[in-house]
Design a protein. Structure first.
Length: 76
């Protein structure tokens, strides 16, 4: 998850607050629409699995906890 936080911080260099597992990344605009596909590519790289962008739901990206559960936790 540290890589995800580092990526978010790199896109928001003026961010002064801590990013926690329940920080709403969408509402706080920490993940901007212009860099969303780059973020998806990062998650694909970290998970080693392709992500079908046609089936994505914005709620899957709302918090670090949700991102971890949806994309970075092993199934099973």
């Amino acid at each position: 998850m540290e890589e995800v936080i580092n990526w978010i911080r790199s896109k928001n260099p003026d961010l002064q607050t801590e990013i926690t597992g329940d920080t709403d990344l969408i509402e706080s605009r920490l993940i901007a629409s212009v860099s969303f596909l780059e973020f998806v590519a990062l998650l694909e790289e970290l998970s080693g699995e392709p992500i079908d962008v046609a089936s994505l739901d914005v709620s899957d990206f709302r918090t670090l906890d949700r991102i971890s559960a949806k994309f970075l936790m092993p199934v099973g």
